[in-house]
Each structure stands twice: as C-alpha cells, then as structure tokens.
Design a protein around this ligand. Structure first.
Ligand SMILES: O=C(O)CCC(=O)C(=O)O
Length: 264
C-alpha cells in the first residue's frame, strides 16, 4: 500500500481566468488618507513584497527510511495564480537537442516542456543532455527569493517543467547529479494543476526488488513548496505519473545549487 500524505486541495486549485496582472500590487497612502492601489514597481517594492516570506510558515515533515522532506503552502491562491500567469508570459521553453533526453544511448522527446534558468555561465547535465542557464526573469527571481527567505538556502539554478495536462509526466529518477551541492536541498515549487508525486525506495523498485518498502505519495498543490533534503535523492526515486483526469496545465520549478567542476 502507498503511504499518502494528505493536504487540502480545494483551497489551492489554480485559476483559469486567463487575465494578466502585475506580479504584486502595493497600497500607497495618499495625503488625504485615501488608500490608492498602484502598479507594482520591481525597483522599489521587492523587499516589502518579500518581507512576508521571512515569517515562519507551517511545515509538514515527511519522513521515511532515508527520506527527509518538508512541505508547505508558500503562496496564497491569488499570488500563485498571478505567478503562474507571469511565468506563462516570461518562460521560453527548450527546443531541439535540449528538449530531448538520452536513455541508454537512445534519444527521446520528453513528455512535457522544459527550461533552465540561473546565474550566468552555469550549465547542468542530466539524462545525457547539457543544459545552459538563461538569465533569471523577474518572476523567477521573485519566487527564488521567496524560497530563500523561507528556507535560508540560496539557489543559483532552476529547472522548469511545464505539463500541459495530465498526459504530460515525468518518469522515475533521482536528482543526484555530480554538479548538485549535496548540502543544499532541492526546492520544488508547484503552480497550476495539483498532481500526484510518488517516491519509491531504490531497493523496492521493480519485480525483483530486494525489499518491501511502501512508496510515499504526495499531492503537490498550487502554490506549494516541497524541500527534498539530503539524503532523500540518494535512496529514493521520484516521479510525476500520468493522470488522465487532469485537464489543466502545471508548472514546476526545482531550485538547485550547482557547483561547477572549477568550484569544487
Ligand atoms: O514536476 C515535478 O514535480 C517533478 C519535477 C522533478 O522531478 C525534477 O525536476 O526532478
């Protein structure tokens, strides 16, 4: 039997009204004490906007043998809706070689869209393909800084996966590439459709598995943050399976700290 870690789904379902608003709005008190709404100005308002993320948020601990994760709702539904729409405008997804994976020497199209952003000059090689970091966009910087304020960890790279609906998926894998700083958790932010996310212990995979260990199953909600702490990615594979009933898109951002060989 799968171990299910439950959350409240209905409060965090994604909006689909298609409208585009600025990332965040500020309230300005005028001389006559009337409160006026102003457009978000990224130059002067970012610290104020991010201040709320320095307050503790309720974390849910998810533990099993060799698995250590923390889960929380980071963004309100309204803010998660706005961030989703902004990412839809800003993120440019890979095409060509970067939109493929290599498994045992064979090249496949990936069943979702992918993009990589981060600090200048960083690269990340996984599934046999080298990815280059595009410069951070405004929304990505905002989300990255919110994750940093909440967790105390800094990140220099983000892998973005966009699932157009429940047919798009990600197969079982571990994020254990040599470039990843082992002391920094992988911070996974989800926006859009809620999707199941399954961990499976490396000794309990396949018919010939040596041990019986229950998989750990979560539902990643709109606006949520999942921290995969060490040593989770050594012992546990994770996947985002097909869910045919899911008809709306989802964007997942995994913030990582890359250490390039020259820095090691
Ligand atoms: O979309 C997800 O939640 C899974 C992402 C993932 O497994 C990865 O980026 O390694």
């Amino acid at each position: 039997m799968e171990k299910f870690v439950g959350q409240k789904r209905e409060e965090h379902s994604a909006a689909n009204d298609g409208s585009t608003k600025p990332l965040r709005k500020k309230l300005k008190v005028e001389n006559d004490e009337k409160v006026k709404e102003e457009e978000f100005d990224p130059e002067d308002d970012e610290d104020t906007a991010l201040a709320e993320f320095s307050h503790p948020i309720p974390w849910q601990k998810i533990e099993a043998e060799g698995l250590d994760c923390d889960y929380a709702l980071l963004f309100s539904k309204e803010e998660a809706d706005r961030l989703f729409r902004q990412l839809e405008e800003e993120v440019v997804y890979s095409t060509g070689q970067e939109a493929k994976v290599q498994v045992f020497g064979k090249v496949y199209n990936i069943p979702r869209k992918q993009a990589t952003y981060g600090d200048e000059g960083l690269t990340y090689t996984y599934s046999g393909v080298k990815r280059f970091a595009c410069p951070w966009t405004q929304a990505l910087e905002y989300i990255r800084d919110a994750v940093t304020k909440t967790t105390g960890h800094t990140f220099n790279f983000v892998l973005i996966n966009r699932y157009k609906d429940g047919q798009d998926h990600m197969g079982e894998h571990r994020d254990d590439e040599r470039e990843l700083d082992p002391l920094c958790p992988i911070a996974s932010v989800s926006l859009g459709a809620a999707r199941d996310f399954i961990f499976r212990h490396r000794d309990a995979r396949g018919k010939e598995s040596s041990r019986q260990i229950e998989p750990v199953k979560l539902e990643l909600a709109h606006g949520s943050l999942l921290l995969m702490n060490s040593p989770t990615n050594t012992f546990w594979y994770h996947s985002l399976p097909v869910r045919k009933k899911v008809l709306v898109p989802r964007i997942n951002l995994t913030f990582r700290r890359i250490v390039q060989p020259s820095q090691k």
